[in-house]
Write a protein that binds this ligand. Structure first.
Ligand code: PEP
Length: 268
């Protein structure tokens, strides 16, 4: 049984004071929702403040990016060593990083490996652009992105205690985020998203094995709201959502998480 997962990516929004206010507005309600793993990903400068607010709650913290080196002369960068003090997760390979900051599949792969080696769990984003979708290249792009990002990764990774190893499927989440659906209000359909997620699972099965592919959580992301979450959560293949814009509104994000939990509990 895969535990459903909903993460909020706040992107480059909220000052520290605004981040604290937003957490205050949603934390109690989020905390009470059972049966779904909940993650907030505020900007770097708010991570420490938010981590203190989340302490003792059932809500986890994630960063939105990191560099693949652990320390050194990389002015302006943030390392996995710095993040793991406060975060459990880190979003990697988001399409906005690929597009605006030139992140290649190779860079994403180095980041995934560095995160896992330092006990951070990547939320690995993959997704095709509009022109790739229209040219019928979705399968090819997804295959390439997943295979490249996971090259040399797993099947086991160090555990937090470092005394043993854990299956990589317990330490990684993949988010299928078609670029044309991000921030556009034009979400994919549940069937479209489920079909691509099935494809991702088959790529992962070839890289590791079928059991691990079945254990791995794969989310949909792209214009998810309280009004359309049911369409995605009701697909057995889709394990939850990575939510951008709607995660900045307390009511809306709580409603997304609540609906996801209820629907997943119902369909088992
Ligand atoms: C995202 O940034 O990962 C995302 C899915 O954004 P939005 O929900 O705003 O489309």
């Amino acid at each position: 049984m895969r535990i459903p997962f909903v993460a909020g990516n706040w992107k480059m929004n909220t000052t520290v004071a605004e981040a604290e206010k937003l957490v205050l507005e949603m934390l109690d309600r989020l905390d009470r929702i059972e049966g779904v793993e909940k993650v907030l990903c505020p900007p770097f400068v708010s991570l420490v403040a938010v981590s203190m607010m989340l302490r003792g709650s059932s809500v986890n913290l994630g960063a939105q990016n990191m560099y693949f080196m652990t320390e050194g002369a990389y002015t302006g960068e943030i390392s996995p060593l710095m993040l793991r003090e406060s975060c459990e997760f880190v979003i990697l390979g988001h399409s906005e990083r690929r597009r605006h900051f030139g992140e290649t599949d190779e860079i994403v792969n180095r980041k995934v490996k560095a995160a896992l080696a330092n006990n951070l769990k990547p939320i690995l984003c993959v997704g095709e652009r509009l022109e790739e979708n229209e040219a019928g290249k979705t399968e090819e792009v997804i295959n390439r992105q997943v295979t490249a990002a996971l090259d040399g990764v797993g099947p086991v990774v160090p555990s937090r205690s470092r005394e043993q190893t854990e299956r990589v499927s317990e330490n990684l989440v993949i988010a299928y985020e078609p670029v044309w659906a991000i921030g556009t209000g034009k979400a994919a359909s549940g069937e479209q998203a489920a079909a691509t997620i099935e494809l991702i699972r088959s790529v992962v099965a070839k890289l590791w094995d079928g059991n691990m592919a079945q254990e791995l959580r794969i989310l949909y992301g792209g214009s998810v709201t309280g009004a359309n979450i049911a369409e995605f959560a009701s697909q057995p293949e889709i394990d939850g959502a990575l939510v951008g814009g709607a995660s900045l509104k307390a009511e809306e994000f709580v409603s997304i998480v609540k609906h996801a939990a209820e629907i997943k509990a119902r369909i088992g």
